[in-house]
Design a protein around this ligand. Structure first.
Ligand code: F6P
Length: 349
């Protein structure tokens, strides 16, 4: 009879670079101390539908640099499936797991917190390009997304300069402007528009003024970064045909860049082009920072399990890897630190 203790790992919500590094670190650390590790496929769905595979030192090798998640992911919530939470609990018991490591963003971690309250022994690891999870300075995937957006902005600058255009780049981030702020600051953007600072008529006039002034000074191109969740006259812009009020969590934000491009061109008379990074900023190789953060979080998650500190999430505070109760994270959004934004703002225009 197999008497080894077992833990499960799942990845839920949108993927991001660094997930595989975290799976590797968690699995290898647990295997080293004698655990059997089960990879749950496609997020919560894998526990509901009994889809899983054993993770060993072979199938978790050589994946530290791979984007995406070897386990697959989904946005399925047990609370939106009939008897979902019961089926998750049954799936957990059937596998004989001692604990479950949940790699997720705010949505997945909120579900983990709710299931913990219902008795499931979970440990969370924060991951999302959006960096909007409370109680941790950074999430896995954020630095890679910032680097990808930075590279894109550098490229856009050269073509904007050649054609004397206003170039707008729309980046992801849901209802927080972290990617826009950090990539915009790294490239000296002339304006950074984020959900934390809603756009209204007055703000748009100010922006157009800045762009016209630059032009007058002979700086005949400009770079504007806009986060997808930036509100225009109090409204979040969503992809056509999508009603955000009906499905907020899976909501496909997007379109503010195009909308803004039209307004700017009309109001300033400056030739304007719009690009959107979309899913490119979520794919591919993680930067070293994300691999190392993922590795440290994976090791910490196993320590939490050994200490039976369930209901906790690994977190980065300053340079320290620590943990916080999932309850403090659930249902909340970490918005941009406006002190950081103010630094970027000094270089606008
Ligand atoms: O949360 C990560 C993220 O990429 C957001 O920035 C974006 O709004 C959303 O996921 C897109 O979701 P989906 O992959 O479901 O289209």
């Amino acid at each position: 009879m197999n008497t080894k203790k077992k833990i499960g790992i799942l990845t839920g919500g949108g993927d991001c670079p660094g997930l595989n590094a975290a799976i590797r670190a968690t699995a290898k650390t647990a295997i080293q101390i004698g655990y059997e590790v089960i990879g749950i496929r496609n997020g919560w769905k894998g526990l509901i539908d009994d889809e899983n595979e054993t993770l060993d030192s072979f199938n978790t090798s050589g994946i530290i640099d791979k984007g995406g998640t070897i386990l697959g992911t989904s946005r399925v919530s047990p609370f939106q499936v009939e008897n979902g939470s019961q089926r998750v609990s049954d799936g957990f018991k059937k596998l004989g797991l001692e604990a479950l490591v949940v790699l997720g963003g705010e949505g997945t971690l909120t579900i983990a917190s709710q299931l913990f309250k219902m008795g499931l022994p979970v440990v969370g690891i924060p991951k999302t390009i959006d960096n909007d999870v409370k109680e941790t300075d950074y999430t896995i995937g954020f630095q890679t997304a910032v680097q990808i957006a930075t590279d894109a902005l550098d490229r856009l600058r050269s073509t904007a300069e050649s054609h004397h255009r206003v170039m707008i780049l729309e980046v992801m981030g849901r209802h927080a402007g972290w990617i826009a702020t950090y990539a915009g600051m790294a490239t000296g953007a002339d304006a950074i528009l984020i959900p934390e600072i809603p756009l209204d008529g007055e703000k748009i006039e100010e922006l157009c003024q800045v762009l016209k002034e630059r032009n007058k000074m002979g700086k005949n191109f400009s770079i504007v970064v806009v986060a997808e969740g930036t509100k225009l006259e109090g409204k979040t812009i969503v992809e056509p045909g999508f009603d955000i009020s009906r499905n907020e969590r899976a909501g496909r934000l997007g379109g503010i860049g195009k909308l803004l491009g039209g307004i700017i061109e009309r109001k300033t008379g400056l030739e304007t082009r719009v690009s959107s990074l979309d899913y490119i900023q979520r794919g591919g190789t993680p930067v070293a920072y994300d691999r190392n953060l993922a590795t440290a979080f994976g090791v910490k998650a196993v320590e939490l399990i050994i200490d039976k500190k369930y209901g906790e999430m690994t977190a980065l505070k300053g340079n320290r890897i620590t943990s916080v109760p999932l309850q403090k994270v659930a249902g909340k959004t970490k918005t941009v630190d406006l002190n950081v934004y103010k630094i970027a703002e000094k270089f606008f225009g």
